[in-house]
Ligand binder design. Structure first.
Ligand code: COA
Length: 376
């Protein structure tokens, strides 16, 4: 028995929810190409689609909003978050508060769409409340008369956001809502497969999303662009990074072997939303990075991934850099919960095997007779 490092190429589930066609640079949600939905459907419509398998009718969307909007209030009024403000990573704060919310809701048994709605409704409130508290400001209560994206921005600033910001954030949330068997979704499905609760599955998924190889990259993209700083520094900076075997954030993907289709959409959004100087720097960096990555590692086929222009789009709507991963989670929770619901249908415990490469046949030595040589 041999192992596939990183489970590359291993199919671990059948799903109706989404698929990445990596060679073609396509992403499909429930039969819809991502370009069919982005900029046209709202995040709430896409969450409904992921959970239920079809886009909602007007009546179904109204019913979803009537159920979900009152669920936005934190059951503990952010009390627990107050203890987490000093220097705490926002993803840790989100993970902790979601765990508390799930415990208070006494989530157990087979996951339901209602539980998926509760978790999805609460994520923006958790992030915004944390942001307010750590900035020494009073949290702002959610508003029932605003959509998901608008309410998130409203709770951060206390002002009804401009329409272009709402549209940008809503489109971003649609683009990142699901992505087949990515690491955090797989984590959620593994937890769900043990017949644990949906809250635990989502808490585990937040932990998986936190890492820079998954959802933690866009803040690092901004750091990179800041360090590059000017057009003339693009080439030396990238050459130096690659010569020192560093990874360029926002490039490469396990499944896409061409540009991520979400990056194509986000690039155009970034072009509209950023200053011309910033966009030119990002675009020059992208062009040179792709050329150089493919010159140095032609077999890898490394292209722009979703995180590269996510950074510019989230920056343009005024989000602080360290809230980019939590905003990714605000989106992806719809996908995680959809996958947990799907896992519950005909569930079987996910329990792969490992390839044992350690020693065998060792004999027990009493502790006082052990030397480093005898235990190594
Ligand atoms: N910059 C430089 N080299 C890269 C690279 C990048 N962004 N992404 C992959 N590579 C190189 C690796 O160094 C490795 O080269 P080697 O075989 O010469 O050692 C090869 O390509 C394979 O990389 P690996 O990390 O094994 O691929 P993966 O499929 O496991 O990883 C990512 C996919 C996304 C984790 C990886 O491309 C990456 O780390 N990208 C940067 C972080 C990022 O943008 N994350 C957001 C993902 S949406």
């Amino acid at each position: 028995m041999t192992s596939a490092k990183g489970l590359e190429g291993i199919v671990v589930a059948q799903t109706h929810i989404s698929h990445v066609f990596g060679e073609e640079g396509r992403l499909v949600y429930r039969g819809y190409e991502i370009g069919e939905l982005a900029g046209k459907a709202s995040y709430e419509e896409v969450a409904f689609l992921l959970w239920n398998g079809h886009l909602p009718t007007r009546a179904e969307l109204d019913a979803l909003n009537a159920k979900m909007r009152p669920l936005r209030k934190l059951p503990d009024n952010g009390y627990a978050l107050k203890a987490l403000t000093q220097g705490v990573n926002p993803m840790d704060a989100l993970r902790t508060e979601v765990s508390l919310v799930a415990a208070l809701a006494q989530m157990k048994g087979t996951a339901t769409v209602e539980q998926a709605m509760l978790l999805t409704a609460l994520f923006p409130t958790v992030v915004a409340t944390f942001q307010r508290l750590r900035s020494g400001q009073e949290p702002i209560a959610p508003r029932d008369d605003l959509g998901h994206a608008a309410n998130y921005l409203y709770m951060l600033t206390g002002e009804v956001p401009p329409e272009n910001h709402v549209h940008s954030l809503d489109t971003y949330l649609v683009l990142l809502a699901d992505h087949s068997m990515n690491a955090s979704t797989f984590t959620a499905r593994v937890i769900a497969s043990t017949e644990s609760d949906i809250g635990s599955a989502v808490v585990g998924a937040i932990g998986a999303l936190k890492g820079p190889l998954h959802g933690g990259a866009p803040a690092l993209v901004m750091d990179m662009l800041e360090q590059i700083g000017s057009a003339e520094n693009v080439k030396p900076w990238i050459d130096n990074a690659l010569s020192n075997h560093k990874k360029l954030m926002g490039f490469g993907h396990r499944v896409y072997k061409t540009t991520d289709p979400r990056a194509e959409i986000l690039r155009e959004m970034a072009r509209q939303a950023s200053t011309p100087e910033f966009f030119a720097l990002a675009h020059d960096t992208e062009q040179y990075a792709i050329a150089e990555l493919n010159r140095r590692k032609p077999d890898q086929r490394l292209y722009t991934n979703v995180e590269f222009y996510s950074a510019a789009v989230l920056n343009s709507v005024g989000l602080p850099r360290d809230l980019y991963p939590t905003t990714f989670a605000v989106s992806r929770v719809a996908g995680w919960t959809a996958h947990v619901l799907e896992q519950m249908v005909g569930n079987r415990l996910i329990r792969p095997q490992s390839e044992y490469v350690g020693p065998q046949g060792l004999k027990f030595t009493p502790i006082d007779q052990r030397s480093l040589a005898s235990v190594s």
